[in-house]
Design a protein around this ligand. Structure first.
Ligand SMILES: [Zn+2]
Length: 227
Protein backbone atom coordinates (compact mmCIF):
# COMPACT_ATOMS: atom_id res chain seq x y z
CA UNK A 1 0.00 0.00 0.00
CA UNK A 2 1.81 3.15 1.09
CA UNK A 3 0.49 6.63 0.68
CA UNK A 4 1.64 8.49 -2.40
CA UNK A 5 0.47 12.07 -2.75
CA UNK A 6 -1.23 14.50 -0.47
CA UNK A 7 -3.75 16.98 -1.82
CA UNK A 8 -4.92 20.26 -0.29
CA UNK A 9 -8.44 20.05 1.15
CA UNK A 10 -10.46 23.21 1.69
CA UNK A 11 -13.04 21.77 4.02
CA UNK A 12 -12.71 22.83 7.64
CA UNK A 13 -14.42 19.77 9.11
CA UNK A 14 -13.54 16.49 7.47
CA UNK A 15 -11.97 13.12 8.14
CA UNK A 16 -10.04 10.72 5.95
CA UNK A 17 -10.03 6.99 6.51
CA UNK A 18 -6.45 5.83 6.89
CA UNK A 19 -6.14 2.55 4.93
CA UNK A 20 -3.19 1.56 7.12
CA UNK A 21 -4.98 1.86 10.46
CA UNK A 22 -8.65 2.06 9.47
CA UNK A 23 -9.07 4.97 11.85
CA UNK A 24 -10.76 8.29 11.11
CA UNK A 25 -8.14 11.01 10.88
CA UNK A 26 -8.94 14.66 11.10
CA UNK A 27 -8.14 16.49 7.85
CA UNK A 28 -5.58 19.14 8.58
CA UNK A 29 -5.53 21.11 5.33
CA UNK A 30 -4.63 18.06 3.23
CA UNK A 31 -5.33 14.36 2.75
CA UNK A 32 -3.72 11.49 0.79
CA UNK A 33 -4.85 10.60 -2.74
CA UNK A 34 -7.09 7.54 -2.96
CA UNK A 35 -8.49 7.77 0.55
CA UNK A 36 -12.17 8.05 1.43
CA UNK A 37 -13.17 11.41 2.88
CA UNK A 38 -16.10 12.12 5.19
CA UNK A 39 -17.12 15.77 5.10
CA UNK A 40 -19.16 17.10 8.00
CA UNK A 41 -21.31 20.20 8.19
CA UNK A 42 -23.70 21.49 10.79
CA UNK A 43 -27.19 22.03 9.38
CA UNK A 44 -30.15 23.78 10.96
CA UNK A 45 -33.59 22.17 10.97
CA UNK A 46 -36.64 24.12 9.79
CA UNK A 47 -37.56 25.31 13.24
CA UNK A 48 -34.08 26.88 13.42
CA UNK A 49 -33.62 25.75 16.96
CA UNK A 50 -32.14 22.36 16.47
CA UNK A 51 -29.07 21.48 14.47
CA UNK A 52 -27.73 18.21 13.21
CA UNK A 53 -24.50 17.09 11.63
CA UNK A 54 -24.65 16.19 7.97
CA UNK A 55 -22.08 13.85 6.42
CA UNK A 56 -21.13 13.57 2.79
CA UNK A 57 -18.61 11.27 1.19
CA UNK A 58 -15.86 11.59 -1.34
CA UNK A 59 -12.56 10.20 -2.48
CA UNK A 60 -9.39 12.24 -2.70
CA UNK A 61 -8.39 12.62 -6.37
CA UNK A 62 -5.27 14.25 -7.80
CA UNK A 63 -7.01 17.61 -7.98
CA UNK A 64 -9.31 17.47 -4.97
CA UNK A 65 -12.34 15.67 -3.64
CA UNK A 66 -14.59 13.68 -5.96
CA UNK A 67 -18.06 13.08 -4.48
CA UNK A 68 -18.94 9.43 -3.84
CA UNK A 69 -22.23 7.67 -3.22
CA UNK A 70 -22.34 5.65 -0.02
CA UNK A 71 -22.18 2.39 -2.00
CA UNK A 72 -19.09 3.47 -3.91
CA UNK A 73 -17.39 4.65 -0.71
CA UNK A 74 -18.19 1.27 0.86
CA UNK A 75 -16.78 -0.57 -2.17
CA UNK A 76 -13.58 1.46 -1.95
CA UNK A 77 -13.28 0.79 1.78
CA UNK A 78 -13.94 -2.92 1.16
CA UNK A 79 -10.94 -3.10 -1.20
CA UNK A 80 -8.79 -1.24 1.32
CA UNK A 81 -9.99 -3.53 4.10
CA UNK A 82 -9.05 -6.58 2.03
CA UNK A 83 -5.54 -5.15 1.47
CA UNK A 84 -5.26 -4.55 5.19
CA UNK A 85 -6.40 -8.11 5.96
CA UNK A 86 -3.93 -9.67 3.53
CA UNK A 87 -1.12 -7.52 4.81
CA UNK A 88 -1.72 -7.75 8.55
CA UNK A 89 -3.53 -11.11 8.69
CA UNK A 90 -6.10 -9.63 11.01
CA UNK A 91 -9.43 -7.81 11.04
CA UNK A 92 -9.08 -4.05 10.71
CA UNK A 93 -10.06 -2.10 13.84
CA UNK A 94 -13.76 -1.20 14.20
CA UNK A 95 -14.86 -4.08 11.95
CA UNK A 96 -17.02 -7.09 12.61
CA UNK A 97 -18.88 -9.70 10.58
CA UNK A 98 -22.32 -8.43 9.61
CA UNK A 99 -23.71 -11.33 7.62
CA UNK A 100 -23.05 -14.04 5.05
CA UNK A 101 -25.26 -13.77 1.98
CA UNK A 102 -26.81 -16.80 0.23
CA UNK A 103 -24.27 -16.36 -2.55
CA UNK A 104 -21.45 -16.90 -0.04
CA UNK A 105 -20.36 -13.28 -0.27
CA UNK A 106 -20.09 -11.50 3.06
CA UNK A 107 -20.79 -8.08 4.49
CA UNK A 108 -18.36 -6.65 7.01
CA UNK A 109 -19.54 -3.93 9.33
CA UNK A 110 -17.17 -1.00 9.82
CA UNK A 111 -18.08 1.52 12.51
CA UNK A 112 -15.18 3.85 13.23
CA UNK A 113 -17.19 6.37 15.26
CA UNK A 114 -20.49 6.59 17.07
CA UNK A 115 -21.93 8.44 14.05
CA UNK A 116 -20.31 6.79 11.06
CA UNK A 117 -20.76 3.26 9.80
CA UNK A 118 -20.33 1.39 6.54
CA UNK A 119 -21.25 -2.05 5.24
CA UNK A 120 -18.30 -3.39 3.28
CA UNK A 121 -19.06 -6.12 0.73
CA UNK A 122 -16.43 -8.82 0.26
CA UNK A 123 -17.13 -11.04 -2.74
CA UNK A 124 -15.60 -14.32 -3.86
CA UNK A 125 -14.16 -12.55 -6.91
CA UNK A 126 -12.37 -9.97 -4.76
CA UNK A 127 -11.05 -12.42 -2.22
CA UNK A 128 -10.21 -15.25 -4.63
CA UNK A 129 -11.81 -17.85 -2.36
CA UNK A 130 -14.77 -18.23 -0.05
CA UNK A 131 -14.77 -14.96 1.91
CA UNK A 132 -15.93 -16.69 5.12
CA UNK A 133 -13.00 -19.13 4.95
CA UNK A 134 -10.61 -16.26 4.39
CA UNK A 135 -12.04 -14.23 7.28
CA UNK A 136 -12.04 -17.19 9.65
CA UNK A 137 -8.24 -17.40 9.37
CA UNK A 138 -7.73 -13.77 10.40
CA UNK A 139 -6.86 -12.78 13.93
CA UNK A 140 -9.24 -10.53 15.78
CA UNK A 141 -7.72 -7.10 16.15
CA UNK A 142 -6.52 -6.31 19.62
CA UNK A 143 -8.71 -4.21 21.81
CA UNK A 144 -6.90 -1.95 24.24
CA UNK A 145 -6.63 -3.60 27.63
CA UNK A 146 -8.53 -2.21 30.61
CA UNK A 147 -9.41 1.29 29.48
CA UNK A 148 -9.42 4.05 32.08
CA UNK A 149 -12.40 5.86 33.46
CA UNK A 150 -12.52 9.36 32.11
CA UNK A 151 -13.41 12.84 33.31
CA UNK A 152 -14.37 15.90 31.31
CA UNK A 153 -16.69 18.89 31.34
CA UNK A 154 -19.92 18.15 29.47
CA UNK A 155 -19.79 19.68 26.01
CA UNK A 156 -23.58 19.88 25.84
CA UNK A 157 -26.51 19.41 28.16
CA UNK A 158 -27.73 16.34 26.30
CA UNK A 159 -26.14 13.46 28.23
CA UNK A 160 -27.92 11.72 31.06
CA UNK A 161 -26.39 10.24 34.16
CA UNK A 162 -26.58 6.45 33.91
CA UNK A 163 -26.84 6.16 37.68
CA UNK A 164 -29.56 8.68 38.64
CA UNK A 165 -31.01 9.24 35.10
CA UNK A 166 -30.95 13.04 35.49
CA UNK A 167 -29.49 15.33 32.86
CA UNK A 168 -25.85 16.29 33.14
CA UNK A 169 -25.80 20.03 32.58
CA UNK A 170 -23.53 21.66 30.04
CA UNK A 171 -20.01 22.47 31.28
CA UNK A 172 -20.49 20.43 34.47
CA UNK A 173 -18.02 17.70 35.24
CA UNK A 174 -18.98 14.24 34.11
CA UNK A 175 -17.35 10.87 34.64
CA UNK A 176 -17.12 8.34 31.81
CA UNK A 177 -17.34 4.63 32.58
CA UNK A 178 -15.63 2.73 29.76
CA UNK A 179 -17.28 -0.14 27.94
CA UNK A 180 -16.90 -1.86 24.62
CA UNK A 181 -19.67 -2.00 22.07
CA UNK A 182 -18.71 -4.37 19.25
CA UNK A 183 -15.08 -3.83 20.22
CA UNK A 184 -15.33 -0.05 20.06
CA UNK A 185 -14.53 1.91 23.19
CA UNK A 186 -17.46 4.02 24.43
CA UNK A 187 -18.39 5.68 27.72
CA UNK A 188 -21.42 5.71 29.98
CA UNK A 189 -21.63 9.12 31.66
CA UNK A 190 -22.36 9.80 35.31
CA UNK A 191 -22.45 12.74 37.72
CA UNK A 192 -19.26 12.59 39.82
CA UNK A 193 -21.30 12.36 43.03
CA UNK A 194 -23.29 9.43 41.64
CA UNK A 195 -20.14 7.31 41.14
CA UNK A 196 -18.12 8.62 44.09
CA UNK A 197 -18.30 5.23 45.80
CA UNK A 198 -16.93 3.48 42.73
CA UNK A 199 -13.81 5.62 42.39
CA UNK A 200 -10.91 5.33 44.77
CA UNK A 201 -9.97 8.81 46.05
CA UNK A 202 -6.30 8.02 45.48
CA UNK A 203 -7.02 7.27 41.80
CA UNK A 204 -8.62 10.60 40.89
CA UNK A 205 -5.50 11.99 39.30
CA UNK A 206 -5.20 8.90 37.12
CA UNK A 207 -8.57 9.49 35.45
CA UNK A 208 -8.21 9.93 31.72
CA UNK A 209 -8.68 13.65 31.02
CA UNK A 210 -7.75 14.82 34.51
CA UNK A 211 -4.67 16.56 33.14
CA UNK A 212 -6.89 18.66 30.88
CA UNK A 213 -9.09 20.03 33.67
CA UNK A 214 -8.66 23.58 34.91
CA UNK A 215 -7.42 23.79 38.48
CA UNK A 216 -10.83 24.90 39.80
CA UNK A 217 -12.42 21.87 38.13
CA UNK A 218 -9.79 19.59 39.67
CA UNK A 219 -10.64 20.97 43.10
CA UNK A 220 -14.34 20.58 42.44
CA UNK A 221 -13.86 17.02 41.22
CA UNK A 222 -12.01 16.09 44.39
CA UNK A 223 -14.80 17.56 46.51
CA UNK A 224 -17.50 15.76 44.53
CA UNK A 225 -15.71 12.43 44.70
CA UNK A 226 -14.87 12.68 48.38
CA UNK A 227 -16.94 10.08 50.18
ZN1 LIG B 1 -26.41 11.19 38.57
Amino acid sequence: MGIVDWVAIESEWAYWVDPESFSFKHVKKRAPVGTVIVLKSRETLDDEERTYVKSSLGIVGETGIVALKKKDASDTLAKQALDYMRWKKRWPPFTSMKRVLNSGDVEVYYEPTEYDSFVLPLTKEMVGEDPSDFLSRLKKHETPKEPLWKVETAKSGRSKCRTCKDVILERRLRIGEPYFYEEKLSYRWHHPRCVAKRIDASEIEKLDGYDFLKSEDRQRLKRLLAN
